[in-house]
Design a protein around this ligand. Structure first.
Ligand SMILES: Cc1cc2nc3c(=O)[nH]c(=O)nc-3n(C[C@H](O)[C@H](O)[C@H](O)COP(=O)(O)O)c2cc1C
Length: 336
């Protein structure tokens, strides 16, 4: 297979347009896709050049992001009326080759597929406090079911003491990150000022809320904490934090990370279908000792892969994506 950019096949381009709406840390979009001969299937590859070298040395978050993109591809195939045939890690000698999705037999899309597909372009990452409106009472169970069917577990951090404990671990990871110049440098590579012609990364004005506006400290994309040591309203109360959940898996290897990504995307899309969006608090999962504490104290010994807050957003902003022609290559195309 020669990897060259070419006019993408139409069906694969359709699937990839759905895939790239997936979330990724710092909007790194760490994926590439290959259209196989005559649009017979599409391959999902991790793009190691876009991995966060410091925050994500093992490629865990990169693989989770690709798992979310893979779930979107499954969904788009079902939306078009076919059964997706998915093979994970089809070439063991090439660990970056995460999955191949081929077109299976005709299958009428299920109402759930259509609902999740319809939420693809509505889903957004939120930062800062949520509105106070209560979530639909049945939603936590529905989300748990989605995680389970994707091979993961979603635990609610329901009691106040556990939430406080988790918020302290997030705080401790975020404080460490803010004080270390090497992390600031990594962050700087993926944040940009309005007006820059970027189609990846995070614009510093993506969220103008102070990162300490909730008890779950947010990443300081714009360096606001260097200018204002505390949010305008003073120390955050417990309000606006939303429903706090931890997504975990029984194993902690690339296959589990890929599954976690698919589970994450199912949960995010189901929530988005109800107008409920997620804020991510993944900082302590990037610090092995803190991740170990979360595993022991909050996820029942399973490996925590994601920490989310879920709620109704005050505002959302759409972040850019790389064009399909940048991320989709055609297998076997002649060298230009
Ligand atoms: C593995 C993973 C970790 C993430 N961690 C954070 C985080 O700690 N803080 C945050 O604000 N967003 C986090 N995000 C969300 C990304 O910033 C977001 O997906 C990206 O900026 C694209 O925006 P969108 O999701 O609105 O399309 C994470 C996403 C993934 C997949």
């Amino acid at each position: 297979m020669s990897d060259v950019h070419a006019d993408p096949c139409h069906a694969s381009a359709y699937l990839v347009r759905a895939a790239v709406t997936a979330p990724s840390p710092y909007n790194t979009q760490p994926w590439t896709f290959v259209a196989e001969d005559d649009d017979r299937g599409v391959e999902v590859h991790a793009d190691g050049a876009r991995r966060l070298l410091l925050a994500d040395p093992r490629g865990r978050e990169m693989t989770i992001s690709c798992g979310a993109a893979l779930f979107n591809i499954r969904l788009a195939v079902r939306h078009l009326g076919f059964n997706p045939v998915v093979e994970c890690f089809p070439r063991p000698a090439d660990p970056a080759f995460l999955a191949r999705v081929a077109w299976g037999a005709y299958r009428r899309p299920a109402p759930e597929d259509e609902r999740l597909f319809g939420a693809l372009r509505r889903r957004r990452t939120v930062r800062g406090p949520f509105l106070a409106d209560p979530l639909p009472p049945s939603l936590p169970d529905v989300l748990r079911g989605h995680a389970r069917r994707a091979g993961a577990t979603l635990d609610l951090v329901a009691d106040r003491a556990s939430r406080r404990h988790l918020a302290e671990l997030v705080r401790s990871a975020e404080d460490a990150r803010r004080s270390r110049p090497e992390y600031a440098a990594e962050q700087a590579r993926w944040t940009w000022w309005p007006g820059e012609p970027r189609c990846d990364g995070i614009p510093v004005d993506a969220d103008v809320t102070h990162p300490d506006a909730t008890v779950f400290a947010g990443r300081d994309y714009a360096g606001l904490t260097r200018m204002f040591s505390a949010p305008a309203g003073g120390r955050p109360s417990g309000r606006g934090q939303g429903l706090v959940v931890i997504l975990s898996t029984d194993h902690d290897d690339p296959a589990a990370w890929l599954r976690a990504g698919e589970a994450l995307q199912r949960v995010l899309l189901e929530a988005a279908g109800h107008g409920v969006m997620a804020a991510f608090c993944t900082q302590p999962l990037e610090v092995p000792s803190l991740r170990g504490r979360i595993r022991q104290t909050l996820s029942g010994g399973a490996f925590p892969q994601m920490i989310l807050r879920l709620g109704y957003p005050r505002c959302v902003r759409q972040l850019p994506r790389r064009p399909v022609t940048d991320v989709l290559r055609v297998a076997g195309a002649a060298l230009a």
